[in-house]
Design a protein around this ligand. Structure first.
Ligand SMILES: Cc1cc2nc3c(=O)[nH]c(=O)nc-3n(C[C@H](O)[C@H](O)[C@H](O)COP(=O)(O)O)c2cc1C
Length: 134
């Protein structure tokens, strides 16, 4: 069973995730930060964490254990998935698989292969990777 999971800071990724979940008929689960950043902190704290693939504490609006396949929608910060992505990877059931959708202003990232490898190192099989201009 598949879930569409997303984090969104300013709403763009939410829109993409909602469209995709509706089109595919999958459950939609939102990830939020336990201590949301103000705008300045997204750059001062969020970008360095994204670049070093560090986690932040998250809340997950659904029971991930019910699913074995995930469509994950994440904003790109400093060329990397925003830090809630790294926290989410720790919470996905081991052995599950995921398709990644990275939403960015530029619409392309050079770190896709490294992101896929990072997921695989956490025991998550990657079915696909898509950059989305958002
Ligand atoms: C802290 C921060 C860093 C960002 N870094 C990048 C970047 O490196 N490359 C890019 O194309 N867009 C970058 N963006 C733009 C976002 O990826 C883009 O606006 C995305 O659609 C935001 O999704 P959201 O509205 O769901 O948060 C950045 C935005 C923020 C807030």
């Amino acid at each position: 069973m598949t879930a569409t999971v997303y984090y969104s800071y300013s709403g763009n990724t939410r829109g993409k995730a909602e469209e995709s979940a509706k089109a595919s008929g999958t459950d939609l689960i939102e990830v939020t930060m336990k201590k949301p950043y103000g705008k300045l902190m997204t750059f001062l704290a969020g970008c360095p964490k994204a670049m070093s693939r560090k986690s932040v504490p998250i809340n997950i609006g659904g029971d991930l254990k019910k699913y074995d396949t995930f469509s994950i929608f994440m904003p790109v910060w400093a060329g990397h998935p925003a830090p809630p992505f790294n926290a989410l990877l720790e919470e996905l059931p081991k052995g599950s698989s995921a398709s990644l959708y990275l939403c960015s202003a530029g619409g392309e990232t050079s770190t896709g292969e490294a992101t896929k490898a990072f997921c695989e190192s956490k025991g998550i099989k990657i079915n696909g990777y898509t950059d989305i201009k958002s």
